[in-house]
Design a protein. Structure first.
Length: 510
């Protein structure tokens, strides 16, 4: 016997593919508001929900790298309208499914269908009134303003960058966990959660990763549609049971068998594509960062986050370069005892911790210059840990940034005590390096300054640091003298800062 085809609601008429990008979706929200208010028909309601969902999903992505509060405000502004339209959309979709599932040749089905349609249509009318109220309260003027300002903030990170690859990996990881939960529990709730997880991964890829979207877009849409139909069938069954639409047990069992069969077809199709060695999960994962690439992507993510907050990020980037030159020179001289990061424990890469702390050390200035090192500490500790980094590593970066200026760290102080005992000496060393590097940047406020140059050597019982641009006669030499004290303390030897002569640099570069 030939298998019956999978039932689907009637397809919408073909329409022009919308432009992608936040500005396009935010402008589309306003257009679809005007269409929907004319009568809240099925297509305009669906299109408005899609546009709102895209904007909210995009804001989720940018909120992870740009802490500006406008992202959260924009997402919140569309939430109430989105939810009201969701209830209405559910009723409209249910009408389509009722007509598809009913057996036109069965008189008993006519009675069930009539009860279901009567209930759905009454709920649809009430939902339209609620949606109209929320649509009238929607602040379009504010939305237009966000449509001008937020895309400009988002454009600071180019499409296809490793930052977005890292973001997509986060969405992939969350969706993959939901996939395993759905296969394990097979509950309606878990399949619905998986649908949302795949949807978030799909929107991240579609809007931020054009190359990957060209390869994966069709599969992602099919999967989202399959799981969406599973959810629709679950909602229809629950509604039919709730309103007692069945005149007898036989009718109830017949409808349950029909809906269960349609549901099973879709889940089986999902399993064909997503279970086994050749599943799409593996295909997608191989295109996303792993190993050293994951570490580099996580560092780029931290760099972008700091760049949005730091009012003079060019200074922080130069400090990071100086700090790494100091670290490498001291380590080559045998004065820094840090183990090499060995897989599977990348959290032991203290050089990366120093780089991250240097890049983020001034983010606290976003909350005010006074005692900004304390704000930086709290903000770094409060951020979501990027994939590829350990909690231990992020805590260390926060502590090192905390002591780039201000009072010296005390071994018995609360901040140091939060670290594991084995990490405390290294935290003091890295903080000492960052303090000195911060004082050696003589070009604050200059965007196009030359790359910092610095050399370290060990002579007898002291350390010589030669830095390009340093002058013992400059007023900043006092800051350098004070800043080197912590490093001298942890190294237990004097640190002498000298000028790196241009002639010497030129000779070494030949």
């Amino acid at each position: 016997m030939e298998a019956s085809p999978i039932l689907k609601p009637s397809p919408k008429p073909a329409s022009q593919k919308p432009r992608l990008g936040l500005r396009a979706w935010m402008e589309r929200v306003l257009v679809e508001c005007d269409r929907a208010v004319l009568g809240f028909e099925a297509d305009p309601v669906h299109d408005l929900r899609v546009a709102l969902r895209r904007c909210r999903s995009l804001s989720d992505g940018w909120m992870a790298i740009d802490p500006d509060s406008s992202w959260k405000d924009m997402k919140k502004a569309g939430k109430k309208l989105f939810q009201a339209l969701g209830d209405l959309r559910d009723m409209q979709v249910m009408q389509e499914w009722i007509e598809k599932v009913r057996d036109a040749n069965d008189a008993a089905d006519d009675a069930v269908t009539a009860r279901l349609l009567a209930h759905v249509q009454a709920r649809e009318a009430a939902c339209k009134q609620e949606a109209l109220k929320d649509l009238n309260q929607f602040d379009r003027k504010q939305w237009r303003q966000w449509a001008r300002t937020l895309p400009q903030r988002g454009s600071r990170v180019r499409s296809g960058s490793v930052v977005y690859l890292h973001l997509a990996l986060e969405k992939w990881t969350a969706a993959y966990d939901l996939h395993h939960r759905a296969l394990r529990t097979r509950s309606q709730v878990s399949w619905h959660a998986l649908r949302i997880g795949i949807k978030r991964f799909r929107y991240t890829v579609e809007n931020f990763l054009p190359r990957q979207h060209a390869l994966w877009g069709d599969d992602l849409k099919e999967l989202q549609d399959l799981l969406g139909e599973v959810h629709d069938l679950d909602v229809l069954w629950a509604m039919a049971v709730e309103i007692m639409a069945f005149p007898d047990v036989e009718g109830r069992n017949r409808w349950r068998e029909k809906l269960s069969a349609e549901r099973a077809k879709r889940i089986e199709r999902y399993r064909e594509k997503m279970v086994g060695r050749q599943s799409l999960w593996g295909v997608w994962r191989r295109e996303l960062p792993s190993g050293p690439q994951l570490r580099a992507a996580a560092m780029s993510r931290l760099r972008v986050w700091a760049g949005y907050l730091d009012p003079d990020f060019a200074h922080s980037e130069r400090v990071a370069q100086l700090a790494l030159l100091l670290y490498d020179g001291l380590r080559e001289a045998g004065l820094v005892n840090a183990p090499d990061p060995v897989p599977p424990n990348p959290g032991y890469d203290w050089r990366a911790v120093l780089q991250a702390a240097a890049l983020m050390h001034d983010v606290g200035k976003a909350k005010g210059v006074d005692n900004h090192q304390k704000s930086s500490y709290r903000m770094i500790r409060g951020m979501a840990r990027p994939l590829g980094w350990s909690a231990r590593e992020l805590e260390m970066a926060a502590v090192v940034a905390r002591y780039h200026r201000g009072p010296l760290p005390r071994p018995q102080g609360k901040t140091i005590q939060l670290l594991e005992p084995a990490d405390r000496p290294m935290a003091m060393q890295l903080a000492g390096i960052l303090r000195l590097a911060n004082s050696l940047d003589q070009r604050k406020g200059r965007e196009n300054a030359d790359a910092p140059q610095l050399e370290v050597s060990s002579q007898d019982r002291f350390v010589v640091v030669r830095s390009a641009g340093y002058s013992a006669l400059d007023r900043s030499a006092e800051d350098v003298a004070a800043a080197r004290h912590l490093l001298e303390t942890v190294l237990r030897r004097p640190v002498v800062v000298r000028t790196l002569r241009r002639a010497a640099r030129a000779k070494r570069s030949v």
